[in-house]
Write a protein that binds this ligand. Structure first.
Ligand SMILES: [Fe+2]
Length: 275
């Protein structure tokens, strides 16, 4: 099985050093092929916060694919917010706000759902929906296809309905129909896995990660990350997507152990090939 480590919402500036040490230990032991970082990398988009984030990312044992969250745009510096909202992000983490990662067995498509004009909410445009769907349709049959963005598309708590991605009613069925298997996101610091329906028979999933490092945890929900295990590409049959398997494990930080420990495991069923 291959592994992908999904982290979200570290909010550098509010990171906890002990949790960061434990997460680097955990990542070194798991040796994922790639680390996905689904936004709110910093608390206030300050240079020093991005520098700390960059240092953390460099210490991870795999390439990092990152997208911005709403906190990665300056809130109080109105000039920067208007004129160069992603300036500090790009200076530290690179120009591309929607990076991709590809191997023989995996395709990851990053989507920038943050919007400088919105303080909290996220949105995808018709153009973003179409671009992602087109790329998904070109994926190899043996690839696990993951879309990553900051904002959630499904809520578990009624209070989170207002936090859902604007444009999800168009994006989710379009991407599921186009072959997306898993959509990973963050934003609300609450980990869960839910099914996603397309317009036909095909089913995909969404996995939310909690905050990886921040002291801004949600109630009694501790810091957490997701470990995605999947069957390496097309071993069974390149043309039969139903042979792909994927499991999302939730690992919570335990203060008592000073380490991340596995607390939940979701075996994801894929019902069909891309339509
Ligand atoms: Fe957020």
């Amino acid at each position: 099985m291959n592994t992908v480590l999904h982290l979200s919402d570290p909010h550098f500036g509010t990171e906890q050093p002990a949790v960061q040490r434990a997460l680097l230990d955990f990542a070194a032991r798991q040796a994922p092929e790639v680390v996905l970082l689904s936004g709110d990398i910093t608390q206030r988009a300050r240079r020093s916060q991005f520098a700390a984030a960059r240092q953390f990312m460099a210490a991870l044992p795999a390439p990092v694919v990152a997208v911005p969250g709403n906190h990665d745009i300056p809130l109080f510096n109105l000039a920067a917010r208007l004129l160069n909202p992603y300036g500090n992000y790009r200076r530290a983490l690179g120009e591309n706000l929607a990076p991709t990662f590809e191997s023989a067995s995996l395709l990851v498509l990053g989507v920038n759902s943050s919007r400088p004009a919105r303080h909290v909410d996220g949105e995808v445009s018709a153009e973003q929906v179409a671009q992602v769907a087109a790329r998904l349709r070109r994926a190899d049959a043996g690839q696990l296809r993951i879309v990553m963005q900051h904002h959630p598309v499904r809520a578990q708590e009624p209070s989170d309905l207002d936090n859902l991605l604007i444009g999800r009613d168009v994006a989710v069925p379009a991407w599921v129909d186009a072959g997306m298997d898993l959509l990973v996101a963050g934003h609300i610091h609450l980990p869960y896995v839910q099914p996603l329906a397309g317009s036909g028979q095909r089913q995909a999933w969404t996995a939310q990660a909690g905050t990886a490092l921040s002291r801004r945890v949600r109630g009694a929900v501790p810091n957490s990350v997701n470990l995605i295990r999947y069957d390496a590409a097309g071993n069974a049959a390149k043309t039969a997507c139903r042979h792909r398997r994927c499991c999302v494990e939730r690992w919570d930080y335990s203060e008592q152990d000073g380490a991340f420990t596995v607390v939940a495991q979701h075996d994801l069923a894929f019902t069909d090939t891309a339509g």
